[in-house]
Design a protein around this ligand. Sequence first.
Ligand SMILES: *Cc1c(COP(=O)(O)O)cnc(C)c1O
Length: 424
Amino acid sequence: MLRVLDSDVLSGFIGAAGKFFNGGKEVVEFEGLWAKTYGFKNAVSVNSLTTGLQVAVGAVGIEPGDEVICSPYSMSASATAVLFYGGIPIFADLDLHRFTLDPRSIERCITPRTKAILVVHLFGYPADMDPIMEIAAKHGLRVIEDAAQAPGIYYKSRPVGTIGDVGGFSLNFHKHIHTGEGGLLVTNNDDIALRCRLIRNHGENATEAYGVEDLSNMIGSNYRFTELQAAIGIEQFKKLNGFLSHRADLGRYLDRRLLGIPGLGIQHIESGSTHSYYMYPVRFNEEIVGIPRSLFLRAVAAELPKPRFWDTTPFAEGYVRPLYLNPLYQKKIAIGKKGFPFNFNCGVTYDYPKGLCPVTERLYEKELLLSPLVREGMSIEDIKDFADAIEKVIERIHELKKWSDSAGTETMYDAVKAINENVL
Ligand SMILES: *Cc1c(COP(=O)(O)O)cnc(C)c1O
């Protein structure tokens, strides 16, 4: 950062074709470092992955009325990115073991209007890309990978991000490595890379210079990464592998400890694939364990030091409400007040009723527990305490069964809020 401050150039971009169209020295170095390490042909930094996903949607050519198959269980931006170009998010259901899009459900969602699939590698475990890419090839669909939670992760020995047409990583404060805010798109397709760079930086000024004939979606914006962020990113990137291997050690330890506990399901990691452990997911079976999920997580928390921040909460439940239950989809008001883009295709009605994705709703309401403890700053001893607490609660579950007052189904964020309020 001092190097950048001394250079006097805090951002190297100029919004016109030429030497500075793709950013300054640090930005170019940061993108190159990431691309070279994983063998990505192109990397394009952006000021967040929320904007990055919008860029990707624009760059693959989504138009008003195009349907894009999305995951209902993710950060909201994984679906709203589609709406910014007038595309319509169609929510497919999840695979109960991976927590990512179920290829069979994707197939059921395909219509003549489907143009792309936006896959999320949720919690850091890759979606099942082989069958997804087969479906995409069969129907001529583009594939965008939201790898916000899965930097440096492999699916069957291939790095995520460029298995589909374009993918992206987030560099916000909560992710494995961060630059305050920020994101990085990666693609092996040079045409998509150019279109990403144009959307990132006032593309309308530069299409002629770069010989771009298809002007659709080339209205640019300013999604540029600063030199300061890139300089931080370069140093952060050097730590990524160490963070990933530490998290994997903690995750594997927890796997061994939880493997034999009835009613707690752990994720099976297939050969050749890796897990970033953005979160450690556990599938909770209330019938087998014998008490509701919310009571179980409180009991485990009561055995451990009081959380100071959300990421020292032993367990959170449910993750996020299925995205289609948000008012945006329920009322179908996104851009303007007249129902665009949901009313764009004459004669086609889009509805997002409760029950649309039963597996997702089941995870949200009853089955999913997440631990953010598998992270930097936590040691094997800390995770041992966590596993001991879980075992103790399971051993004395009959005492808890007496409790009948389940506290309902708060989302992770409600729980986080409550905890943070307590702390402050
Ligand atoms: C964090 C995140 C994003 C958005 O990234 P930002 O850089 O915060 O805009 C998108 N998708 C998923 C799955 C995320 O976890």
